[in-house]
Design a protein around this ligand. Structure first.
Ligand code: NAD
Length: 483
């Protein structure tokens, strides 16, 4: 019997009212792991009502008690660390170490949420006028929801849920229907927290559930992570319905390698940034721009190392790169490579058609490197979200900054250099929200906001860090005089 996933609403596992189900498939082995319900507006309504019903009591639960749940959650997650990581490998296809890395990052967000009592402290001024005191209160808002992507099934939901509830809100999570089981496992683990019923709710599903969340009158705000076209829809829908929204979108991240960079350290970092998680990271290196005369050396070294990557099933400890998420994703990536070639690109390394012994049906795409890519080429402009690295040339620093700033995306950009002045100029002039200096994947830690500009982010308050506290709370100003 294939496992049919349930929703978690008001402290109970309940059947969805869905009439259609999405198969959840291990992308390496093709094993059917479960069926994800396409939850309906009625399911979202039940979750929103349960979350609303829990809100008043939860917001008046002392702050320190709310934070204690985070300490307990951390312990529970540490105890089940390997189970959570293994589930990520099975439903997403990444390697064990990559999955461990994402679960670790998720736990760091729980650590951050435990510090909310410190961050929530208010400020004020005594005698702002004669006998009048003025103070700020930070109050929770109500029901928040998060809609999350497939590529970090465990970490991305944890960017939001811990902080949203520790600040005193109640919460609905709608994970990706391609990777819903990691969150089923998280909610099973969270049952041991004995949170009051309705504080956290899980609604599995796809577009209908997302739209119902965004349109529901009881939902006060939405955190979204996914592709840019959907991020735009989420931003427009939520603002139309008067909700707070933070919508983190897709990316096309550039790495500039300056002539004075340390070649071997740069290549090591670029390899991880381009091929980690099979390129399915919003912070993945998509385009490397070699500045000046280092192009040939850099290309030769990247091709040599990329050829040597061991592609395989993530549960095998020797695997260095896993699968992409689905057959549809593999076909989309293959088609984009073909289009890029038709538009003039040349393949320095072709990962299409890679097969892995024992996993012949798996959705593998090998490391791919393309060159001679014009600025209008699809591989220079659009997010591939697969293990495809474009290498370009630029004459000098100013040209590389121009190339990067012409991109419609602005998620991340990195520079490899030993020149502090150029690194500073890069930080100053490049329009991207996460900047790396001699760092391949510029991933902010939990106490810093996750940057993103242009089509990579819609909204103003970002996920994580102080931004997330501001997003999940309302500031109220109190002006007092006692006669
Ligand atoms: P996606 O946009 O297809 O889906 C994201 C979520 O939106 C899922 O829960 C999905 O069910 C829902 N959804 C899909 N279509 C919808 C629609 N039309 N209306 C309402 N909801 C809809 O993204 P994905 O393929 O799951 O994830 C990969 C994308 O996410 C990439 O573009 C990647 O760059 C991006 N991403 C961004 C960040 C970031 O922090 N900026 C982090 C991780 C991933």
């Amino acid at each position: 019997m294939v496992k049919r996933l349930k929703n978690y609403i008001g402290g109970e596992w309940v059947e969805s009212s869905a009439t259609t189900y999405t198969p959840v498939v291990n992308p390496a082995t093709c094993e059917l792991l479960g069926e994800c319900p396409e939850s309906t507006a009625a399911d979202v309504d039940a979750a929103a009502k349960a979350a609303q019903a829990a809100f008043e009591e939860w917001r008046s639960t002392p702050m320190l008690n709310r934070a204690q749940y985070m300490y307990r959650l951390k312990t529970l997650l540490e105890d089940r660390f390997e189970d959570l990581s293994e589930m990520v490998v099975k439903e997403n296809g990444k390697t064990r170490d990559e999955a461990r890395g994402e679960v670790r990052r998720g736990i760091e967000s729980v650590d951050f949420a435990a510090s909310v009592p410190v961050i929530m402290r208010n400020d004020g001024v005594e005698d702002i006028a004669a006998g009048i005191d003025e103070t700020t209160l930070r109050q929770p808002v109500g029901v928040f929801a998060a809609i999350t992507p497939f590529n970090f099934p465990s970490m991305v939901p944890l960017w939001f849920l811990p902080t949203a509830i520790t600040t005193g809100n109640t919460f609905i999570l709608k994970p990706s229907p391609q990777t819903p089981i990691s969150m089923e496992l998280l909610f099973e683990i969270m049952e041991d927290l004995d949170l009051p019923e309705g504080v956290v709710n899980l609604v599995q599903g796809g577009k209908e559930a997302s739209m119902s969340v965004m349109e529901h009158p009881l939902v006060r705000g939405v955190s979204f992570v996914g592709s840019s076209p959907v991020a735009r829809i989420v931003y427009e829908t939520c603002t139309k319905h008067g909700k707070r929204v933070q919508a983190q979108g897709g990316a096309k991240n550039y790495i500039a390698v300056m002539p004075d960079a340390d070649l071997s350290a740069s290549v090591k970092n670029i390899m991880g940034a381009a091929y980690g998680c099979a390129g399915q990271r919003c912070l993945a290196a998509a385009v490397v721009v070699a500045v000046g005369d280092m192009y040939d050396q850099l290309k030769d070294e990247l091709v040599k190392q990329a050829k040597g990557l061991r592609v395989g099933y993530g549960l095998n400890e020797t695997t260095q790169m896993g699968t992409v998420i689905s057959t549809a994703a593999r076909e989309r990536i293959t088609k984009m490579i073909e289009q890029g070639v038709q538009q003039g690109a040349q393949l320095a390394l072709d990962g299409r058609g890679v097969t892995v012994n024992g996993f012949e049906g798996g959705n593998f795409v090998g490391p791919t490197i393309v060159e001679n890519v014009g600025s209008d080429n699809i591989l220079a402009r659009e997010e591939v979200f697969g293990p495809v690295l474009t290498i370009m040339k630029a004459d000098d620093f100013n040209s590389v900054v121009d190339i990067i700033n012409k991109s419609k995306y602005g998620n991340a950009a990195s520079i490899f250099t030993n020149n502090g002045k150029q690194a500073r100029e890069f930080k100053y002039r490049v329009n991207a929200g996460n900047i790396g200096v001699n760092i391949g994947v510029a991933a902010p830690s939990a106490s810093f906001p996750f940057g993103g500009q242009k089509e990579s982010f819609f909204g103003d308050l970002h996920g994580q860090g102080i931004d997330s506290i501001n997003f999940y709370t309302e500031r109220k100003i109190v002006i007092e005089r006692w006669l």
